[in-house]
Design a protein around this ligand. Structure first.
Ligand SMILES: NCCCNCCCCCS
Ligand SMILES: [Zn+2]
Length: 680
């Protein structure tokens, strides 16, 4: 399995610059690249990456997407004087030429292709290319919006041609609509293009009707173009996460791409003069983490926009540390998407309902438009969707944003990644070198010490020595996690319920305020959860006798489909939103007897939840299935991207169960909200 993260940067790309006065283009400055690279150096991230040189994209490669007229026009600018450059620049919407522009644009293309080669050849697992000029607005025959050649679009065509790929996902989290990329692939079902963008009901540039949620693709490409318009500014972390949980990720997992490309614009981050949004840098770590669960981790992140140097640099660093598999910092801010975001999410789900199985049974039957609902309270739509402490930048707001980012980044505790996973003595049969080398074998806890610990609040548990012994290993591992000696650990136990009960109490004794426990299989012990310090999601076959779901105890009756993994919609549409709403300090994943999920379903939970609790996960496995142990160890160690199995759409009654639970709990766990009509 490939490992390592490529970083592509060439200071030659800083030599494209604006030579005259142009208030629209003057934000696309060379320092965008140098400041980002310097911040990476400052956090010692450059040295942890594998350096890959940029190269010039060839004319042939550029012609994969662009017309020869466009290529020739661009090439001709190298010899122009300033007056000629200014004139030809005027042919395009928001673009400027410099004598070096053509060379820099070819380097930007070549950098993207070098990144694709590094990932597809297995030299690295993933990587980032810091490039300019950006690409996602440029079209077959035109430069546009600071972009000359469409770096990401060329990378996709190149990957299809050279590696025979048939399914490529492009995620465009830049705050502008990559209309160039949309035009290039709108009839192409082999490229799934997702873009969110500031839109304000077509008020915001490029002010196109085809940027709205109902532009779903054309001909064979129908369903493969996803536009999520933001109709208000001020969108924040919870809006972005909700968009991933309820729109992008279900489609992406169903599409099952062989490669993921990110049009990685950071003008969707706080402080940016273009975006006017409120999302803070650490959210990009979580977005990156989710995309790393696709395509066996083959992820190429290619820079697009981002015009607030500090916000851009911090967000680039968040992205790269996640690619390096560092534990993720906690997402800040209230976990509740705003009404306008939910309306957009509902509309794009409804528009795509005819094309995606996971949406088949969702009753997103009608499109919703708040203006019908809120005519009475119609406000000027440009008001931010929420007023946050860090107000949107206004002219003199920049220094306030600088201070906010300064403070914010200090508050973001970055757990230094120690050895990632500890485990109890593994069965002799476990082939030692299949486990990530840094697994720890921990000694059993001292029996008397253990007896004391367990008996003082679980006297009834102190049964046969065997159980006690295994409780010891659970607690020993848990202690390592609590003391931050390791990030995550696995404990075997003949009685998962008992081990979990003791681990939960121990964690609360330690002072944790919120522990999320996901219990898969049958269990007889359910510790009291009413004080809110424990949230239990119990995934089991049969109706758990007598227990119906409540805010801190949720029962999910799920028996995984025989021929594949139908658990995606439950994880993405329910477990993940609840977990992110709860913001746990620790996660316990327990697998008891009669588990009703396959290994892929359990690996999916671990893979996607790993971004929470700064990756502190304790796995307690009762099942003696060594394959399960190995898969869990690999998922925890993040050493290899688990394969989540063939995607099988859930049955109607499973979807109904999710919808019922969502309606019941969405006032408590607001990240569950994905439609405006029911019960807001
Ligand atoms: N009124 C015209 C504004 C044009 N703004 C272009 C922004 C390009 C961003 C590239 S990520
Ligand atoms: Zn942009």
């Amino acid at each position: 399995m490939a490992s390592g993260t490529a970083l592509i940067y060439d200071e030659a790309m800083t030599r494209h610059k604006l030579l005259w006065n142009d208030p629209i283009c003057d934000i696309e400055v060379p320092e965008r690249l140098s400041a980002s690279y310097e911040q990476l150096q400052c956090y010692h991230l450059v040295e942890r990456c594998i350096p890959v040189p940029a190269r010039e994209g060839s004319e042939e490669e550029i012609l994969l997407v662009h017309s020869s007229e466009h290529l020739e026009a661009a090439k001709s600018t190298q010899a122009m004087n300033e007056e000629e450059l200014k004139r030809i620049s005027g042919n395009y919407d928001s673009f400027f030429f410099h004598p070096n522009t053509y060379h820099c644009a070819r380097l930007a293309v070549g950098a993207a292709l070098q990144l694709v080669d590094s990932v597809m050849s297995g030299k690295v697992c993933n990587g980032m290319a810091l490039v300019r000029p950006p690409g996602h607005h440029s079209q077959r025959n035109a430069a546009n919006g600071f972009c000359l050649f469409n770096n990401v679009a060329i990378a996709a065509e190149y990957a299809k041609l050279k590696y025979g790929l048939q399914r490529i996902l492009i995620v465009d989290w830049d705050v502008h609509h990559g209309q160039g990329t949309q035009y290039i692939f709108e009839e192409d079902p082999s490229v799934l293009y997702f873009s969110w963008h500031r839109y304000e009901h077509q008020e915001f540039w490029p002010s196109l009707k085809e940027s709205d949620y109902d532009a779903v693709g054309l001909g064979k490409g129908k369903g493969f173009n996803i536009n999520l318009p933001w109709n208000k500014v001020g969108m924040g972390n919870s809006d972005y996460l909700a968009a991933f949980f309820h729109v992008l990720l279900p489609m992406a997992f169903e599409f099952d791409p062989e490669l993921v490309l990110v049009s990685s614009g950071y003008d969707s981050g706080i402080g940016d003069p273009e975006g006017q949004m409120n999302a803070t840098p650490e959210v990009f770590a979580h977005l990156t983490h989710f995309l790393m669960q696709l395509a066996h981790g083959k992820l190429c992140v290619i820079l697009e926009g981002g015009y607030h140097l500090r916000s851009l640099s911090e967000s680039v660093c968040m992205t790269v540390r996640t690619l390096l598999r560092d534990p993720l910092p906690q997402v800040t801010g209230e976990m509740a998407p705003c009404l306008s975001a939910i309306e957009s999410i509902q509309n794009v789900r409804a528009a795509h309902k005819p094309y995606w199985k996971w949406l088949t049974y969702e009753d997103t039957s009608f499109l919703h438009n708040l203006s019908t609902k809120s005519d009475l309270v119609k406000t000027a739509d440009t008001n931010p969707c929420r007023d946050d402490e860090a107000k949107i930048t206004d002219s003199n707001g920049t220094d306030r944003i600088e201070r906010f980012l300064e403070l914010h980044m200090k508050n973001i505790v970055f757990p230094v990644p120690p050895i990632k996973t500890a485990t109890t003595e593994l069965k002799a049969s476990a082939d030692p070198n299949t486990f990530p080398v840094h697994l720890h074998v921990v000694k059993e806890m001292d029996k008397n010490e253990l007896e004391a610990l367990v008996s003082d609040f679980h006297a009834d548990l102190v049964e046969a020595n065997k159980t006690l012994l295994f409780l010891g290993s659970t607690l020993t591992i848990l202690d390592k996690i609590l003391k931050k000696e390791v990030c995550s650990g696995i404990a075997e136990s003949p009685a998962a319920s008992a081990s979990v009960a003791v681990a939960l109490r121990h964690s609360l004794h330690f002072g944790f305020q919120r522990v999320l426990c996901i219990f898969v299989g049958d269990t007889d012990i359910m510790p009291s959860t009413e004080d809110g310090k424990i949230l239990i999601i119990h995934v089991c076959k049969k109706e758990q006798t007598g227990k119906s779901s409540s805010k801190h105890y949720v029962v999910l009756n799920w028996k995984e489909d025989a021929d594949g993994n139908d658990f995606f919609s439950a994880v993405l549409g329910f477990i993940l939103p609840v977990a992110y709403s709860y913001q746990p300090n620790l996660i316990i994943i327990a697998v008891g007897a009669n588990r009703s999920l396959g290994i892929s379903g359990i690996s999916l939970i671990i893979g996607l939840l790993q971004g929470l609790a700064e990756s502190r996960i304790l796995a307690v496995i009762e099942d003696t299935d060594i394959n399960l142990m190995q898969s869990v160890a690999k998922a925890l160690a993040g050493a290899s991207m688990p394969h989540f199995g063939v995607h099988v759409p859930p049955t109607q009654e499973k979807v109904n169960q999710i919808k019922k639970l969502r309606n019941q709990l969405q006032q408590d766990w607001k990240m569950l909200q994905c439609s405006v009509n029911d019960g807001i």
